[in-house]
Design a protein around this ligand. Structure first.
Ligand SMILES: Cc1ncc(COP(=O)(O)O)c(C=O)c1O
Length: 204
């Protein structure tokens, strides 16, 4: 590898002038709410959703206030009810089991490998305990998604992908978020796209 990262992981790059201009244009017209549009006009939020869905190879995208909110929305969208069990890898960030707790569901933790990906043998042993897997691609590491999807499809387990660390990453040429039913993203300031706080959920 010849390329070497020399930037700072804790200080963001400046917001480009074009983005500042675009934000100012919205502030100048003052119609900040996503449904506050003129007849025939698409809101900035709707335009963002369309562009993001196209970039991620999804059909639909919902822009939300955070990655954690995207995860909770995805759980609701696939029908998780209070008291339901949801499988999730044990090595992740607190907002992931937090999203499960926020819909009053119960996390069932799956072990991880030395490579920091979900332990597929442990997952296989626990697949009969839940109907949904919230898979967090922690630190950008993707597991063997072919084996994972085969196992989950065979067991009737719906996969939600937490792509907070894998926006734009791919498994065998297919973008992260497109193997499962819903991809969830964070635009919190330390992520690939910096909007301070923000997130999105998308669906093929
Ligand atoms: C792996 C992972 N999942 C989910 C989230 C939640 O994203 P947000 O901070 O936008 O709620 C984070 C955020 O920091 C994260 O690192």
């Amino acid at each position: 590898m010849t390329e070497r990262f020399s930037g700072s992981f804790t200080q963001q790059e400046p917001i480009p002038d074009a983005a500042i201009e675009a934000a100012l244009a919205v502030l100048r017209h003052g119609r900040l709410h996503r449904y506050n549009v003129a007849p025939g006009e698409l809101s900035e939020t709707a335009l963002l959703e369309q562009e993001f869905a196209a970039q991620m190879g999804a059909k639909y995208c919902l822009a939300v206030a955070s990655g954690g909110y995207a995860l909770a929305t995805a759980l609701r969208a696939v029908g998780v009810q209070p008291g339901d069990a949801v499988l999730t890898n044990a090595f992740t960030l607190a907002p992931v089991p937090g999203a499960i707790a926020s819909v009053n569901a119960r996390p069932v933790f799956v072990g991880v490998t030395e490579g920091l990906t979900i332990d597929l043998d442990d997952l296989e042993a626990k697949l009969d305990r839940a109907k949904v897997l919230m898979l967090s691609h922690m630190r950008g590491h993707l597991c063997d998604m072919d084996r994972l999807m085969q196992m989950c499809d065979a067991a009737g387990v719906t996969v939600i992908e937490d792509c907070a660390h894998t926006m734009g990453a791919a498994w065998r040429g297919q973008l992260s978020g497109r193997q499962g039913a819903i991809g969830c993203y964070s635009c919190q300031t330390y992520k690939h796209v910096n909007s301070g706080e923000g997130g999105a959920a998308d669906h093929r």
